[in-house]
Design a protein around this ligand. Sequence first.
Ligand SMILES: NC(=O)c1ccc[n+]([C@@H]2O[C@H](COP(=O)([O-])OP(=O)(O)OC[C@H]3O[C@@H](n4cnc5c(N)ncnc54)[C@H](O)[C@@H]3O)[C@@H](O)[C@H]2O)c1
Length: 278
Amino acid sequence: MTEPPMTVSLITGAADGIGWAMARRFAGGGHRVVLADIDHDKAAARAAALNGGTDGSAGGGHIAVAADVAKEADVVAMVAAVTDRWGRLDVLVNNAGIGDSHLPTLDQGVEAFDRLLRIHLTGGFLAAREAGRIMVRQGCGAIVNVSSIAGLGGLPRRNAYGAAKAGIVAMTRSLACEWADCGIRVNAIAPGYVGTDLVQRLEQAGRIDMDRLKRRIPMGRLGRPEEIAEAAWFLASPQAGYITGSVLSVDGGWHAFADAGDAWSEAGPLASVDPQRR
Ligand SMILES: NC(=O)c1ccc[n+]([C@@H]2O[C@H](COP(=O)([O-])OP(=O)(O)OC[C@H]3O[C@@H](n4cnc5c(N)ncnc54)[C@H](O)[C@@H]3O)[C@@H](O)[C@H]2O)c1
């Protein structure tokens, strides 16, 4: 019997939150997963957990790579580590990221602004460029970039975050067009608020009001990391073979909602059908 072809996926920011959920989903789907993160110890522990098979991972062989995606040398070494180990790269997920300061614009410094753009936007560019070198040679590959609702609409005080996430959308489209005839698909996900440490830290710091947030989401709840991972899995899969340059909202209806006032209340969805008809 011939072995099924091996599929290798590189996920940045895979030690926690959405990236970790993606690592579990891709490993569970039979991919060899390379977990890249600035926090190498945590990424190594995650890779070990996947290799232990407790998450339904098939075959093991998952590895961790230390990388700060804001540093070009780290990104070049990160992708080289993948090809040294597996000789190929099928999927890149540009997920690594940090939150914005939420300071009023008049108090925002240029260093924090630059750092955020460097991680989200330059990091995504560098990883796509390095992965692209291999995927062009292979004649196939899929790249999934993680944008945000902040890249599609204005969130006050999140200048750098919004600019980076909107830049990711633009770069997704330009790469998709450039590489479409090389067999490489490039897409983005625009998650809404997702229950991860990043959001928990914002809530603890008093930067977001969870009740207010939920009222703005037609589905009335935050997303789960697994729900974002499922969307990435689909976009990376052959089932999405004719999809490139697209931005998939995974946000409980956030981006679709443009009415006045709240989108949801504890008492029930505001714009919904009469309770007697349910
Ligand atoms: N959580 C949300 O509500 C939400 C919504 C929309 C988009 N996003 C985006 O999803 C992605 C993941 O967010 P999350 O909520 O899982 O965050 P998280 O803080 O839970 O996890 C982020 C991971 O990225 C790693 N990381 C941070 N900086 C890095 C760097 N310079 N190089 C390499 N790794 C780095 C961290 O160590 C961590 O493991 C980010 O791009 C974020 O902007 C998140």
